[in-house]
Design a protein around this ligand. Sequence first.
Ligand code: PXP
Length: 237
Amino acid sequence: MKLGVNIDHIATLRRARGTFYPDPVVGALLCEYSGASSIVAHLREDRRHIKERDILLIKKAIKIPFNLEMSINKDIVDFALKIKPDQATLVPEKRQELTTEGGIDLIKNYKKVEFAVKKLQKKGITVSLFINPSKAQVEKAKQIGAEHIEFNTGEYSEAKAKSSIKKELKQIKDTATFAKKMGFFVAAGHGLDYENVKAIASIKEIEELNIGHSIICRSIFVGIAAAVKEMRSLLKK
Ligand code: PXP
């Protein structure tokens, strides 16, 4: 199981006081050193946390793959084409949201997503589509020609009742099995923490988890190296 560490919230802390610290570039290097399989960062259209400068430096500094989370907005796609991350993960983006609120709807946005995917792939960038765990969305991802998909675990993470958690897990497991049979590299993420990650990590069709908020929060108490290592060891179990 691979662990992609999303470092956006190091930049959220920096933003809180308008300082130049903590530097997400240093954070990315420490995550790499502590066993992250890849570094993930979301360059939002409003630049509320990660900035172009962070992306450029992180890409130069790390040796593990860099996964740029991004919308299909033309300026962002042009930026990705210029800096060529190892992977681009396409997500929906709303200006007012606190965080990504759901998967990208490939049925509604088929043409626009396909256009962005083809452009990115032409530059040799692997494209992943962040979608809700639904077979209809997986089929569309196939038609679009993406190689990777990432299932949104947000509904699972927010579920409180045991029955809802069970239902969400089954949905993720069934859709992951379906996607794996179709030849996708299957990832998952959003809202995963040191407790709820275990059930998701035991789904063998899922090959990568992308986790940010809980790891960065934990690092305030134990340091970023320990926070990454603890998560890594949970994935191994
Ligand atoms: N994967 C995707 C596609 C996301 O948008 C995010 C949030 O930026 C994550 C994973 C990580 O989510 P969290 O910060 O809740 O762990």
